[in-house]
Design a protein around this ligand. Sequence first.
Ligand code: NAP
Length: 212
Amino acid sequence: MRQIRELSDDPAVDGILLQHPVPEQIDERAAFEAIAAAKDVDGVTRTSFATMAFDEGGFHSATPGGIMALLDAYDIPLAGKHAVVVGRSPILGKPVGMLLLARDATVTYCHSRTTGLADYVAEADVLVAAVGRPELIRGEWITPGAVVVDAGYADNTGDVEYAAAAERASFITPVPGGVGPMTIATLLAQTIRAARDHEAGRQEASWWGAAP
Ligand code: NAP
């Protein structure tokens, strides 16, 4: 925790990524919150979550940000569509649902206490799987033409039964090689943005501080 705070205060550091999950003895939320908001390039702090929710230009949680960039790159229509998000973690399921909502999708969240998961999945125009249970979502549940984004990763396998789902989906991401690279790209893009903002702040400060 102390080291994260030191990095947060270090003017030579532009962005901080905390590799997680962290070991059990560490309070992961507290460790995230030790990251300065201006350096939160992985978008994990409460501040980043709130600025994302209010569309105020903060850093997006990297995987949800990458998923939205992917959907946009393929011109996937979202307004008025039913998006079903399976998973509700603060760094993935919850924020991706909020970003989809901000784009006028109608969003349903499913989680470990959801009953009748197959029925919800069958109603999805856009499905985002964010659980971490290999092939939890069966291909036969996917409605023909649906867009399937599989963020799950466990044992080198996604949450969706890929081969069967691919026969029905109009678009589907593979695992590995789908959402993962988009997460990395978002992380890099946000790191560059943080460095530029930092540099701009430094220049502004030195300009204001300059002798007349
Ligand atoms: P997490 O914190 O463990 O959350 C998992 C979510 O899945 C929880 O909301 C949980 O519900 C839900 N869930 C568990 N069992 C379920 C079931 N049987 N039916 C429906 N929902 C169920 O995990 P996470 O950090 O969000 O990550 C999720 C997955 O995405 C993992 O496989 C992780 O490796 C992967 N991931 C990939 C990337 C990438 O770059 N591709 C980045 C981050 C994470 P409750 O809330 O009710 O417990």
